[in-house]
Ligand binder design. Structure first.
Ligand code: PLP
Length: 362
């Protein structure tokens, strides 16, 4: 069977053909608790102020290629230690892609625990790298012994550790992360997408290890629509990563809007503090439900196990009731029977709990 020589089958790399495109469901009018977004809008006067800022933006000009003002502001807000460099990305996803491109050479390995953020695997595959996933322990903590043995055997170019982890919500022990950093022959990227929802961080420890980089995003703290992520670390590494960045990757609207939003950091901090309180309430409520086992979370979502074989039906029943969460059962493995809910407003959390209670009895 020979394909038409001009067909995509002749040219697109087999490993790309084997992928399925990342599917994001259309939420329609549903209560959206599937994507770890901050549920709060800005007050009207602040929106007016922001629109005044945007009025000054010159859309006919290319953006500042190094986004200087924004970079300086981010260094303050994210408490990046002095002497460390930043590279900005169109979402932290783009930074993961830059990291992969910078090391991509045949046979090289990217390593991460399992289950974790799916983009690590997808981007490794886009870049033609091998991906090694190492099972987490039963309580979703890092299995350090297994990890160290795999590092020794496979010599990964990059290890990604989501801290806290997605989709489990687990915060790995800092000693375990440190052991991985010390054992790694290459880079360790500690992905702190959920930093606003935990007190733990490796940001303050940059520079203590020559192979540690910290990845952050403004998405989960309330600015997902802007698509802005940042990678922090020693300039020896970041100078190299910056070479694969496309010149104007942070557009003028994002630069102006992010700068404006970060001048109102106190509002975002209040929102994320509220989400942390509501996470505790939601967790406590889930614990009282028969057959539901929530996992402790340091992020703005909660993973929970449903009675065996019921996850798909519960997910669909919630959807029929206008509540969209994330069904992780199809991912299989340790995520079998698991659903993940993002912490929304108190009203949204209430609607979710009511729909779940209803679905459990029927
Ligand atoms: C959501 C998420 C990201 C992606 O963030 P963007 O900046 O929106 O691309 C990165 N890492 C983890 C672990 C996430 O959960």
């Amino acid at each position: 069977m020979s394909a038409d020589p001009r067909s995509p089958l002749s040219w697109v790399r087999p490993e790309i053909q084997a992928l399925t495109a990342y599917h994001v469901p259309d939420p329609g009018n549903m209560i959206k608790l599937d994507a770890m977004e901050n549920p709060y809008r800005w007050p009207e006067p602040l929106i007016d102020e922001w629109l005044d800022v945007l009025r000054q933006v010159e859309l006919n000009r290319y953006p500042d290629p190094s986004a200087r003002s924004l970079t300086e502001r981010l260094k303050q807000v994210m408490q990046v230690p002095a002497g460390m460099q930043l590279v900005l990305g169109n979402g932290s996803d783009e930074l993961i892609q830059m990291l992969a491109l910078a090391v991509a050479e045949r046979g090289r390995v990217i390593m991460a625990p399992d289950p974790t953020f799916v983009m690590y695997r997808m981007i490794a595959e886009f870049a033609g790298l091998q991906y090694a996933s190492l099972p987490l322990a039963n309580d979703f903590s890092l299995d350090v012994e297994t990890m160290l043995a795999a590092i020794e055997a496979q010599q990964p170019a990059i290890i990604f550790l989501a801290y806290p982890n997605n989709p489990t919500g687990t915060l790995f022990e800092s000693d375990a992360v440190e052991a991985v950093i010390r054992a790694a022959p290459g880079l360790v990227v500690v992905d702190e997408a959920y930093a606003p929802f935990t007190d733990a961080t490796f940001m303050s420890r940059l520079g203590e290890f020559s192979n540690l980089l910290v990845l952050r995003t403004v998405s989960k703290m309330g600015l997902a629509g802007l698509r802005l992520g940042l990678l922090a670390g020693p300039s020896e590494w970041l100078g190299e990563i910056d070479k694969v960045r496309l010149p104007y990757n942070i557009n003028v609207l994002t630069q102006a809007s992010a700068l404006f939003a970060l001048q109102h950091q106190d509002m975002l901090d209040k929102q994320t503090a509220q989400i942390r309180l509501d996470r505790a309430e939601l967790y406590a409520a889930l614990e009282t439900l028969d057959g539901i086992e929530p996992y402790p979370s340091e992020a703005n979502f909660i993973l929970f196990k449903t009675p065996a074989g019921q996850a798909d039906a519960l997910f669909e029943a919630l959807k029929a009731d206008g509540v969209l969460i994330k069904n992780l059962n199809p991912a299989g493995g340790r995520l079998k029977d698991c659903l993940r809910v993002t912490v929304g407003t108190p009203d949204e959390n209430g609607a979710f709990l009511a729909a779940l209670r209803k679905a459990l009895v029927s």
